[in-house]
Design a protein. Structure first.
Length: 393
């Protein structure tokens, strides 16, 4: 190919300038900002190129441990004051405000997070909470979907995914009328793929049970871990609350319903192992509290406890289990406890103290912390560690 005269030379020069400009523009977000500030006459072109690339790759913009959340105000007028809420600021509004990039419609806010963190967040414009429009990754919560940021070192929990190539257990809906509660209580039963009435199985009683199916996909976790021989085949009972606060934070009738009515019903209908070491209870947040309560008050029934982000200290005289574990004699319990480092500081500190008490009193236990918040995305990824510790092969 031959280039002719001045026209060819100009084409080559223009191409080199374009390549150089793009290299400077896309090196990182800080350099992009500098280019915009130093070249306001080109800001709209830079913005268009930047946003086109960002929309294809998704937000937020992650560079090492630095995360930049970005919003483009497409309105013809300036947007209302805009902030971001999330696990990293205890979901406080009017706390972390976006900054407007001069000569553009781009608003941004930059943070530094641990390289293995996974965090939920939302944008707040005025009084309205919205999703990040360019983030394809969302996690369901008890309050609807929320965008999530997965840092480069975060490892996805493959156990939650449905594997069509392995055998699957069955989930059966059931209910009983409770004379103690004077109402009918619904629940669901998981039986493993290898279920056989001639074989006896450990049992797992799961609080917030329906969310553990719909959000945490615990049935997939059980299928995968049983198939991989990481845990024993088991029967799981998924129990939804009706009045969550009352039932999990001290309503004794709920505990009596579990002990006196539900467990006898399950043990009669299904081939369970009638031994506290093979009967576990699990829950998240307040569900962790009722799990600890059931184990503490009925150690002859529940011998193993999974508490994820559990509330282990409530100063009301009845639910102060931290105090009970400190002051009263050791009981025959094994515990798995975990907490997210981005949860409320009081929750992190009380769970750390709980761990030290368990060690001091020689309770068999496994304790873990994760760079995540008070979120189903956290709990569903890590319940596997509790299952392996308490019901592993």
């Amino acid at each position: 190919m031959r280039w002719y005269g001045l026209q060819g030379i100009l084409c080559i020069v223009a191409l080199l300038i374009t390549v150089q400009m793009q290299a400077e523009t896309w090196k990182d977000f800080n350099e992009f900002k500098i280019n915009v500030v130093l070249n306001p006459e080109k800001a709209s072109d830079y913005e268009r190129e930047f946003m086109d690339k960002l929309k294809k790759e998704g937000t937020p913009l992650i560079e090492g441990n630095r995360v930049t959340f970005i919003y483009e105000n497409k309105s013809s007028v300036d947007t209302l004051p805009m902030s971001i809420v999330g696990d990293f600021n205890e979901w406080k509004e009017e706390y972390d405000w976006f900054i407007k990039l001069p000569s553009t419609k781009i608003l941004y806010k930059t943070f530094e997070f641990p390289i293995d963190a996974r965090l939920d967040y939302q944008f707040v414009i005025g009084n309205e909470w919205i999703l990040d429009p360019y983030n394809p990754n969302t996690i369901m919560s008890g309050f609807g979907p929320k965008p999530e940021v997965n840092m480069p070192g975060y490892i996805e929990a493959n156990e939650i995914e449905f594997d069509p190539n392995i055998p699957h257990g069955q989930i059966i809906a059931d209910s009983i009328y409770s004379e103690i509660l004077d109402e009918t209580r619904a629940f669901k039963i998981y039986t493993p793929a290898s279920f056989n009435y001639n074989h006896k199985y450990p049992s797992l009683y799961v609080h917030d049970g329906y969310e553990f199916i719909s959000i945490a996909r615990l049935e997939n976790v059980l299928d995968n871990m049983i198939y991989q021989r990481r845990i024993q085949p088991l029967i799981a009972i998924f129990i939804p609350p009706i009045d969550r606060f009352e039932e999990y934070f001290g309503e004794k009738k709920y505990a009596e319903f579990i002990i006196e009515e539900l467990i006898p019903y399950i043990d009669e209908k299904y081939p369970t192992i009638d031994n506290q070491d093979k009967r576990c209870t699990a829950g998240i947040s307040a569900g962790g509290t009722i799990s600890i309560a059931l184990g503490w008050n009925f150690p002859e029934v529940f011998g193993c406890i999974i508490s994820q982000s559990g509330v282990v200290y409530i100063d009301d005289g009845y639910n102060n289990y931290l105090k009970y574990f400190i002051e009263q004699p050791r009981k025959n319990l094994r515990l798995y406890v975990d907490v997210g480092t981005f949860e409320w500081p009081w929750m992190v500190e009380t769970n750390r103290l709980f761990k030290s008490v368990l060690d001091e009193k020689n309770y068999p236990n496994s304790y873990m912390e994760f760079n995540e918040g008070h979120s189903w995305g956290n709990w569903r990824s890590h319940i596997k560690y509790g299952l392996e510790y308490l019901l592993g092969n």
